[in-house]
Design a protein around this ligand. Structure first.
Ligand code: MG
Length: 284
């Protein structure tokens, strides 16, 4: 009698607590968050949020703790659109794009390439996409200015929020989770396949969107496989949360959103050029 009652009792308890059925369990990476009181430039003490992924601080700069990805010399740029692709930029105009608020974008087309101008803000596709294959070609300014995050910074955002960093990472050291090909603050590229400043480079991105339950919990994380100039730099990476800035060593967690969102290009104050942008929609 006792054993016959035991199993229903356990099932009842599980139903009450809601585990392990209520939401997907993700064990890696181990995410830790804490707050440090720091004095800012104005001499005020403020609370700054810190985060680590598997024991490594977000935006860690110490190479002993976050090694610089090995440098790889890429092969030729590939990537003309296949017959079933939706061409997002054809080298002629900004049709199909807008500013973030839906107003006409200020970005310009120069020599067949799309470029931000001062204070133009991001540019986004009017059409929205979920899971997709995306090809983007980009070039950082031929004349090198600035260093670290200030040199040729832009970014490609899937669903308007998951950033694959664009940066002139050719002979330019920064925190690995913020260099070219990083999922910003979440995952450094496997290798550094960056071309020289001014040279055209490509990203081929295979993205599967995250899925949320009715309570807003992520039940399926976003995944990214990315080739940079034909070289694998993210290998079916399961994104552990959002990539948007939260504080200098912290990024935002997942926040529930719809099934589709825009593809967005960042204006980070550097005249990074874009060309040959196309997308193919994928099943989730
Ligand atoms: Mg960026």
């Amino acid at each position: 009698m006792k054993t016959r009652l035991f199993l229903p009792f356990i099932l009842f308890l599980l139903l009450l607590t809601g585990t392990p059925f209520a939401s997907a369990q993700f064990e890696t990476p181990v995410i830790k968050e804490w707050v440090v009181k720091e004095t800012n430039d104005n001499g005020e003490v403020e609370e700054v949020e810190y985060m680590s992924l598997d024991g490594v601080l977000v935006h860690e700069t110490d190479p002993a703790l976050a090694p610089q990805p090995p440098v790889v010399q890429p092969g030729a740029v590939t990537g003309m659109p296949p017959s079933d692709a939706i061409v997002l930029f054809n080298g002629k105009n900004t049709d199909g794009w807008s500013a973030d608020d839906g107003s006409p974008s200020q970005w310009i087309v120069k020599d067949g390439a799309l470029q931000p101008v001062e204070d133009s803000g991001v540019i986004r596709t009017v059409q929205e996409f979920g899971s997709c294959q995306l090809h983007v070609e980009w070039a950082t300014p031929a004349t090198v200015e600035g260093d670290g995050q200030g040199r040729g910074n832009s970014g490609v955002f899937l669903m308007g929020q998951y950033e694959i960093q664009i940066l002139d990472s050719y002979d330019n050291t920064t925190y690995p989770d913020g260099q070219a090909g990083a999922l910003y603050g979440r995952s450094a590229p496997l290798v550094n396949a960056c071309r020289k400043p001014g040279e055209w480079q490509s990203y081929d991105i295979i993205f599967h969107r995250p899925v949320f339950d009715a309570s807003g919990n992520v039940v399926k994380r976003a995944t990214f496989t990315i080739l940079h100039n034909g070289v694998l730099i993210q290998d079916h990476l399961e994104l552990s949360g959002g990539t948007l800035w939260k504080s200098k060593h912290s990024v935002v967690p997942y926040e529930a959103h719809g099934d589709k969102g825009p593809i967005t290009l960042q204006d980070h104050g550097n005249p990074v050029s874009f060309r040959n942008i196309w997308v193919r929609e994928l099943a989730d």
